[in-house]
Design a protein around this ligand. Structure first.
Ligand code: UGA
Length: 388
């Protein structure tokens, strides 16, 4: 899609920022990484805003700046606005518009999500800015305009954090139910989630129990919201619990391998999947890293397998052996743990494990298998009540 857009001149790519003068709207989409204390680092936002402002200095007509980067409430008004005004020599209002306009794209489906958003959020610094951006989206999605929420920049900024915090909460909630289920004979969290999902007040998505959420967004955004809110005098302890449940979920996975293997010292464990979700090579904040670290602390030796992550890789400063071929990972292993839901792992059969492993112990931390097909193995899974 990107290639055909480039070919038909629908998309031009340049590193010459001065060309932005020809546009009517600029979107700021730079990253806002975490600082050591959890708050967001606005350095990229600063640099991009200043560069854009300098270009807009010479511009004649109206220009709108829309901030897509994830920034805590108040940043558009109290940080971007003065930077833009200073660098452009203009006042926001007459010739210069400004909106907070958060995005809700998922890694791997970003283009589809951008073309078919479930909503658009516009936090206009003034009526003209909001109106201008609203018109642009109405034209872009002509015929199928999603709900457009026009609000203050601060509310728009908070909506982004609330969205990620809610999704993370759903995951930590179902992982909590999974951990409860694990101690109850004949229970299965997947069945619980399926039934919950039929309730329209709850909905079926983001109720898949597993090894805990990863990726560059949830942990970073929850930490930023926590830090920001505490500074404002309110401790949102629900969100701290969501993060704590997520972190300790790695321990639950390790506990299951101990249940099957006993002492992990000297045992060879195949970790199936490093990426934070399937169809990406992104390992930022991935559950695999937390799990590998904890397994190693207990003396296990690790061989990791991921179709998209190349070797060798460092986990918390120590190199981990990474192979692309799952048979190589399983050969001679004492235990295997599914950590990422790659399709190729889901296709493996009990006989594949039985044929390759030294002792066929399998922990299904991603719930990719039907337990009834794995009765010939020592099998344990997140949220599956122990038998006996
Ligand atoms: C997330 C949000 O879903 C996007 O809406 C948001 O725009 C984006 O962050 C962002 O702020 O940029 P993303 O990080 O790409 O998107 O990944 P998700 O698909 O949301 O998955 C996050 C993690 O949750 C993954 O590790 C995934 O395996 C896990 N997950 C997801 C579960 O453990 N269970 C579920 O039911 C769903």
């Amino acid at each position: 899609m990107t290639r055909s857009a480039l070919k038909s001149n629908m998309l031009e790519v340049t590193n010459d920022v001065s060309q932005l003068v020809a546009a009517n709207v600029s979107f700021l989409t730079v990253g806002t990484p975490s600082k050591a204390n959890g708050s967001i680092d606005l350095n990229h936002v600063l640099m991009a805003t200043q560069a854009l402002g300098r270009v807009l200095r010479k511009k004649q007509g109206y220009h709108l700046v829309a901030v897509k980067s994830t920034i805590v409430p108040g940043t558009t008004t109290a940080f971007v606005r003065p930077c833009l005004e200073l660098s452009s020599g203009k006042k926001v209002g007459s010739g210069l518009g400004l909106c907070a306009n958060p995005e809700f794209l998922k890694e791997g489906t970003a283009i589809k999500d951008a073309l078919h958003p479930d909503k658009i959020v516009i936090g206009g610094i003034d009526k003209r800015s909001a109106f201008f951006l609203n018109k642009l989206y109405a034209r872009l999605h002509r015929g199928n305009v999603p709900p457009i929420v026009v609000t203050s920049p601060e509310t728009a900024e908070l909506i982004k954090y609330a969205s990620n915090a809610f999704l993370a909460t759903k995951i930590s909630f179902i992982n909590t139910i999974a951990n409860i289920a694990q101690h109850i004979r004949d229970t299965d969290v997947n069945e619980v989630a399926r039934a919950l999902g039929y309730d329209p007040r709850i909905g079926p998505l983001f109720l898949k129990a597993g090894p805990g959420y990863g990726g560059s967004c949830f942990h970073k955004d929850l930490q930023a919201l926590l830090t920001y809110s505490k500074r404002n005098g309110y401790d949102p302890n629900l969100l701290s619990a969501v993060e704590e449940v997520n972190d300790t979920q790695a321990d639950k996975v390790v506990e299951l391998s101990i249940r099957l293997l006993g002492d992990l010292k000297g045992k060879r464990i195949a970790v199936l999947g490093l990426a934070f979700k399937k169809n990406t090579d992104d390992i930022r904040e991935a559950a695999s890293l937390r799990i590998i670290d904890r397994l190693r602390r207990r003396g296990a030796s690790i061989v990791a397998c991921d179709p998209k992550v190349s070797q060798p890789m460092s986990v918390f400063g120590k190199t981990v052996q990474v192979v692309q071929d799952v048979s190589t990972a399983l050969r001679g292993a004492d235990c295997a743990i599914t950590v990422t839901e790659w399709d190729q792992f889901g296709k493996l059969k009990a006989s594949d494990y039985l044929g390759l492993m030294r002792t066929p112990n399998l922990v299904d931390a991603r719930r990719v298998y039907n337990p009834s097909k794995f009765v010939k193995l020592n099998f344990a899974a997140i949220g599956l009540g122990s038998v006996g």
